[in-house]
Write a protein of this length. Structure first.
Length: 143
């Protein structure tokens, strides 16, 4: 594994110039790609800690202990935002207005009746009960 901390150097008007902020380079075991990332800090100790944290996170993702960053971000986003993004995508594809309207209302009602606010709230049993009872409002104990 390669783990390097540095400040980029270049020539500016013929003179050597060293940037103030640090960057890091790393290569994980089993890969050939060297990744270069900005660390957005001028303190060397802070930059070293950030780089080590990023590499530790990438190692955990590569072995499957930690889900990828995109999935972690999506799980923290409210379902309403995911629904709005999905409906905007349908509109961009060219779906009909009535189709989008009906779909929005159905999904929104399902989310409201099953008390879903985030992806972690989505469980199978409340949805199954809701769909099996049809239009009747349901009451159940949340676990």
């Amino acid at each position: 594994m390669i783990l390097t901390l540095f400040r980029p150097k270049r020539l500016k008007n013929g003179k050597p110039y060293v940037t103030r902020s640090y960057r890091g380079r790393y290569r994980l075991d089993g890969t050939d790609k060297i990744t270069d990332i900005p660390l957005h800090t001028t303190d060397k100790r802070v930059a070293q800690q950030r780089l080590e944290q990023i590499v530790r996170e990438k190692q955990l993702e590569s072995v499957g202990i930690l889900p990828p960053q995109a999935i972690r971000n999506a799980s923290q986003t409210p379902l309403e935002k995911h629904l709005c993004d999905y409906l905007a995508d349908l509109q961009a594809v060219g779906r009909g207005g009535k189709y989008i309207y009906d779909l929005k209302n159905r999904i929104h009602r399902l989310m409201h009746e099953c008390l879903w606010a985030q992806i972690k709230d989505v469980v199978f049993s409340p949805a199954q009960i809701f769909l099996s009872l049809g239009n009747n409002r349901i009451e159940y104990d949340r676990v």
